[in-house]
Design a protein around this ligand. Structure first.
Ligand SMILES: [Zn+2]
Length: 464
């Protein structure tokens, strides 16, 4: 009897862990785009869906659903829709109610057909100052840029565990008759208006199609840029040296060749970089355009800070793609730890003076900031931008002073290669312990930098 109980528990544990992480969904089908009309038409077959009855299927709010059908194309599923902007402001969130309407079910495979028409903002004179972001479906007359955050393809959200499943293997037929070049993240760009895109490794899907050229140098692709060979040389050398640094200290390979996309905003003022591994997209005009990052005489970066930004985006492979933080300390890990790594890369590649300048700038920006104690954080949103991008990296540098650089890298290596768990405060401490940080050191870290009204001052004094 006892044996039976144990095997039932083992089976349940197996089912519960495999329910979420066990299988990777696969996306197949056809997508038709027009960059002149701003349209997306898709009929996609989604297979290997997770076994869950507590979920939603996200699709961008500008996409109109013609039908959800069973995977064998025999009948339609009726669906209900929610819109929880805390989870995604971009996507409407659909689900299939069970017959009694009391619960919901998710089949193992389904077909979804949808169509959407979006503004084509070729001229930004009437555009908003701010109104472009990673989750935007951006048609600018020449290209379409759509990342996984826009939910241009169906994304599964597991409500029980709060896990977004947006990384798929895929085999997609892409057609855009007014495009010259097509690209879906995970495969190589192609000079064609119609082509097949595949990935056997699960990646988040970023689509970038339109009238543009691309180059390949040193295993790096550069899309929609007119950079000359000398400037490209600077970009690829810098990129590869940052990757080499991360691979060495974290003892974890980067995996795929990096792709750069140069893109313009469909607003007047937005300029930023984002990553959808392994692609880094630089969105901006004038001095914020990738092509204008480099000096015409020396071919070097005009602003050293752009190297640090690239280092930050590259570090998101390890934190954000490989290791996906969640729970209360989501932003602490996702942006804070990523930024810590980028500062370390900057120190290695740009030298101690630039490193010191970065640190001093961060310290200045914390002048009026009063951090909530890490152990008291209850909501992910309590960790605001300053906390994420300024306070946390310095906090981690102070910990580094206590435990040493080697231990610090060992800790990050174990975190990024560990199992999917809730990344809360308990995890933060237990992961340090698992790396071999002593109880004495942990006590000191807590008493000096966490559970202390002068934690900010203590951090600054320690790293100055
Ligand atoms: Zn980031």
């Amino acid at each position: 009897m006892m044996k039976k109980v144990i095997s039932v528990i083992a089976l349940l544990t197996f089912l519960m862990t495999n329910k979420i992480y066990g299988q990777i969904p696969h996306l197949a089908g056809k997508i038709i785009i027009s960059i002149k009309s701003g349209t997306i038409d898709a009929e996609l077959n989604l297979r290997n869906l997770p076994k869950t009855d507590n979920y939603t299927i996200w699709l961008n709010s500008g996409l109109n659903i013609e039908y959800f059908r069973d995977g064998n194309n025999q009948f339609n599923y009726s669906y209900n829709t929610e819109y929880n902007t805390e989870l995604s402001s971009e996507a409407l969130q659909h689900y299939f109610p069970s017959n009694d309407r009391k619960s919901r079910f998710l089949p193992n495979s389904l077909i979804v057909k949808y169509t959407g028409k979006f503004p084509v903002i070729a001229d930004t004179t009437k555009a908003y100052d701010w109104g472009d972001w990673k989750g935007n479906i951006a048609f600018n007359g020449q290209t379409l840029r759509a990342s996984e955050q826009s939910a241009w393809y169906p994304i599964i959200y597991n409500k029980t565990d709060g896990i977004v499943i947006d990384k798929y293997t895929f085999d997609i037929e892409l057609e855009c008759s007014d495009c010259q070049t097509l690209y879906i993240n995970g495969d190589k760009p192609q000079k064609a208006y119609k082509s097949n895109f595949k990935s056997v490794q699960a990646v988040p899907l970023l689509m970038f199609v339109g009238n543009y050229n691309f180059k390949e140098v040193d295993n790096i692709f550069i899309l929609n840029s007119e950079l000359d060979a000398n400037k490209i040389n600077t970009l690829t050398k810098t990129t590869n040296s940052i990757i080499k640094f991360y691979e060495e200290v974290l003892k974890t390979p980067y995996g795929k060749p990096v792709v750069y996309i140069s893109s313009t905003p469909v607003s007047k003022k937005n300029e930023w970089m984002f990553v959808t591994y392994p692609t880094i997209t630089v969105v901006g005009i004038d001095k914020y355009k990738l092509d204008n990052y480099f000096d015409d005489k020396t071919y070097q970066f005009k602003q050293k800070s752009n190297i640090t930004f690239i280092a930050h985006e590259l570090a998101h492979y390890y934190i954000g793609t490989k290791f996906v933080p969640n729970s209360e300390l989501r932003w602490f890990f996702l942006e804070g730890l990523t930024d810590y790594l980028s500062i370390k890369a900057a120190k290695k590649i740009l030298g101690i003076e630039i490193y010191q300048t970065i640190i001093n700038n961060y310290i200045n920006e914390l002048k009026d900031f009063e951090p909530q104690q890490l152990n008291l954080i209850k909501l992910a949103s309590e960790i605001n931008d300053t906390y994420r991008y300024r306070f946390t990296p310095l906090f981690l540098l102070a910990i580094e002073q206590e435990i040493g650089e080697d231990k610090m890298y060992q800790w990050i290596e174990s975190v990024i290669n560990g199992e999917s768990v809730k990344t809360n405060y308990d995890f933060f401490l237990s992961s340090l312990r698992d790396t071999g940080v002593t109880e004495k050191q942990i006590k000191l870290i807590i008493e000096t930098y966490i559970d202390n009204l002068k934690s900010k001052e203590n951090i600054i004094n320690r790293i100055k």
